[in-house]
Design a protein around this ligand. Structure first.
Ligand SMILES: NC(=O)c1ccc[n+]([C@@H]2O[C@H](COP(=O)([O-])OP(=O)(O)OC[C@H]3O[C@@H](n4cnc5c(N)ncnc54)[C@H](O)[C@@H]3O)[C@@H](O)[C@H]2O)c1
Length: 339
């Protein structure tokens, strides 16, 4: 397959970013843009003179020369649109989160496997060069034993009326936590509160427990004075921080940690504070890396890092955290892996 022909569905806020990236790739062709709203389509027509524009999703499904469909519509529509794309034999890219239910998400992942089609989810941050570097540092053993890690995703706005802060912001940090730790979580808890709209949590604090004892924590909010996009990982030897609000120092490695006790009579555990180091991180747009990976996987049949099963596990965590939120923060166990 020399050029991958794609269609983007949903062209309002986020879809245009996907369309722009795919249209700029030498080995991809933005063949279709689809949206139910003609006014939305009209905004983009001048930018893509060779692309076909339609309000009918069936036009994409019925185009035998179309290889892949990219879904950037509201979350409740993801599962049905993605299922129809897969049943029509199209490789499918879905915005995060993959679906609103774990059962639907797992069905999509399994359907892609059964039909030999790529299912990829826009877990953008696992493709971020800064977090890729954090993953390398963890996997190299430089941090020692990982104790715990936590994500901060706070800002003032965008306040969504139809999804809470967990579903809107959480997929990013949950996908990163699961990928960095590399274990299936065993239990989650979540608490939160709705201040602006009844029943729509503006702030959510979530915890994820992993079988090795690693603890993950999330602070998600659109009602906060700080704009924070951070992930901090604490190890027995060193600690590393990813901060997406920094322009140059996206990753900082701290040679800080406890000093192992060598004396049996020592009363206190001492800590040490050494060098602080920031590696250079390439300044590429993470969404471009995501789009490159999708096109490469469609072309050569390989499996993306953020595949349908990774997407389904994130939805399982979201679903379990929602149960915890609704029941006053009780711990919800996650079922054994069925991957
Ligand atoms: N990766 C990220 O950082 C990021 C950021 C923002 C949004 N998103 C995701 O992108 C998706 C879209 O979000 P948004 O904010 O752009 O939503 P939006 O509501 O602004 O736009 C959705 C568009 O989809 C169209 N649409 C709805 N149903 C359709 C259908 N059946 N066929 C064709 N078009 C249809 C609507 O007319 C609308 O124009 C969501 O899944 C969201 O979670 C991801």
């Amino acid at each position: 397959m020399s050029t991958v022909r794609l269609g983007v569905v949903g062209m309002n806020y986020w879809g245009p970013n996907l369309a722009r990236n795919f249209a700029r790739m030498p080995n991809a062709e933005l063949a279709w843009c689809c949206d139910l709203d003609t006014a939305v389509l009209d905004r983009h027509r001048p930018g893509y003179p060779t692309t076909q524009f339609t309000t009918r999703y069936d036009d994409l499904l019925g185009d035998d020369t179309l290889d892949a469909i990219v879904i950037a519509t509201p979350v409740p529509t993801h599962a049905a649109l993605a299922k129809r794309a897969l049943l029509a034999g199209k490789h499918t890219f879905v915005e995060k989160p993959l679906a609103v239910s774990a059962a639907d998400a797992r069905e999509l992942a399994d359907l892609g496997d059964a039909r030999g089609l790529v299912v990829m989810v826009d877990h953008l941050l696992v493709y971020h060069p800064g977090l890729q570097r954090v993953k390398q540092i963890i996997d190299s053993g430089e941090l020692g034993q990982i104790y715990y890690l936590y994500g901060n995703r706070q800002n003032l706005g965008i306040v969504r009326p139809d999804e809470n802060a967990l579903w809107s912001l959480g997929p990013h940090d949950i996908s990163v936590l699961l990928w960095l730790v590399g274990e299936r979580p065993i239990e989650v808890t979540a608490t939160g509160e709705s201040y602006l709209q009844p029943g729509v949590e503006d702030v959510v604090f979530g915890q994820i427990r992993f079988p090795s004892g690693i603890l993950g924590h999330l602070h998600l909010s659109w009602l906060d004075p700080h704009k924070m996009r951070k992930m901090t990982v604490i190890g027995s030897e060193k600690m590393v921080v990813f901060d997406d609000m920094e322009t140059e120092r996206k990753v900082t490695l701290y040679d800080k940690g406890p000093i192992p006790r060598t004396e049996t009579y020592g009363e206190y555990i001492q800590v040490r504070s050494g060098d602080i180091f920031s590696p250079k991180i390439p300044g590429v747009e993470p969404l471009r890396v995501v789009c490159d990976e999708f096109v490469r996987c469609v072309a050569d049949g390989s499996r993306p890092l953020a595949d349908g099963h990774a997407g389904a596990t994130v939805v399982e965590v979201l679903e379990a955290m929602t149960m915890s939120l609704r029941s006053g923060g009780v711990a919800i166990p996650l079922a054994e892996a069925n991957l």
